[in-house]
Design a protein around this ligand. Structure first.
Ligand code: GDP
Ligand code: MG
Length: 259
């Protein structure tokens, strides 16, 4: 655990590519736990449970602002950003146009999305000539593991959209399977056995099969939501998922170097 945390503290994007901080896109369904994930990662490096990204099922889930969160580690910032979106949703989220612009680094931090009207090139905020530093280097699609019907058709079609756009750009994808504490009752009682719980393994397999991603790209996590103190198991799975996403971001950059 401490070595995992240390790895992330020491993490730097691949040399010679010109990326200062790797950018991880957080997308998926509204309410799947994207903002809570930002808070979870923040909490781990702050050393106590904290809340920075707007979370919640009421007005905050309907947040329409793009935020590229930095994570503070003492007096410095870690070398990645967690780019939080409202999620892919016809009514409250963003659509294909905004998603493409985000992947390409054309949407600035703190941009306010407008449902049904994606950012356009004539928008003064639109980043016309994004550098590699502005682009997304790894895309995480969040799925609520606690919902009974984990992968309904609508979620699957949103994932397929992300997959299509990310593949066109060579951006690696992972799935973050959140709320694993809600998959089975006994899991909540025994968080430390989370990964080995057959119910979680079953859902991971199911999601991998439906999306066509390798099982190792479906990452189970439990976010801090009601806790007031840090928990080793929560930290471990959150850090494992982050490590994997940063390694994927590096793969993307090596791909550019080797092209
Ligand atoms: N039990 C449980 N609840 C969670 C978890 N992650 C998020 N939540 C709750 O799910 C709701 C939506 O979370 P939020 O982070 O706002 O979702 P977002 O729309 O994807 O940003 C909030 O009430 C969170 O407290 C988790 O891992 N377990
Ligand atoms: Mg959110």
């Amino acid at each position: 655990m401490t070595s995992l945390k240390k790895w992330i503290e020491d993490y730097c994007p691949v040399d010679d590519v010109g990326v200062k901080q790797s950018r991880i896109l957080l997308t998926g369904s509204v309410g799947a736990g994207k903002s809570s994930y930002v808070n979870t990662i923040n909490s781990i490096f702050r050393g106590h449970v904290t809340s920075q990204a707007g979370i919640g099922s009421a007005e905050n889930s309907l947040t329409t602002i793009y935020r590229c969160h930095q994570v503070r580690n003492g007096s410095t910032y870690l070398k990645f950003r967690l780019c939080d979106t409202p999620g892919l949703d016809d009514a409250h989220g963003i659509g294909e146009g905004d998603l493409e612009a985000i992947l390409d680094g054309q949407v600035p931090d703190r941009y306010t999305f407008h449902p049904f009207s994606p950012i356009t090139t004539d928008n003064p905020e639109y980043i016309k000539s994004p550098s590699i530093n502005d682009k997304i280097h790894c895309a995480a699609f969040f799925i609520d593991g606690g919902s009974v019907d984990v992968m309904n058709d609508s979620i699957l079609s949103k994932f397929k959209l992300l997959q299509k756009l990310a593949n066109q750009r060579g951006v690696p994808q992972v799935i973050l399977l959140t709320k694993v504490d809600q998959i089975g009752l006994e899991v909540e009682d025994n968080l430390s056995n989370l990964l080995h719980s057959s119910k979680v393994v079953y859902v991971v397999d199911q999601v991998a099969q439906l999306t066509g991603l390798p099982r190792g790209h479906v990452l189970p996590v439990k976010n801090y939501e009601k806790e007031t103190e840090l928990n080793e198991t929560v930290d471990k799975y959150a850090l494992l998922s982050l490590e994997q996403m940063l390694q994927s971001a590096d793969d993307f950059m090596y791909g550019i170097l080797d092209a």
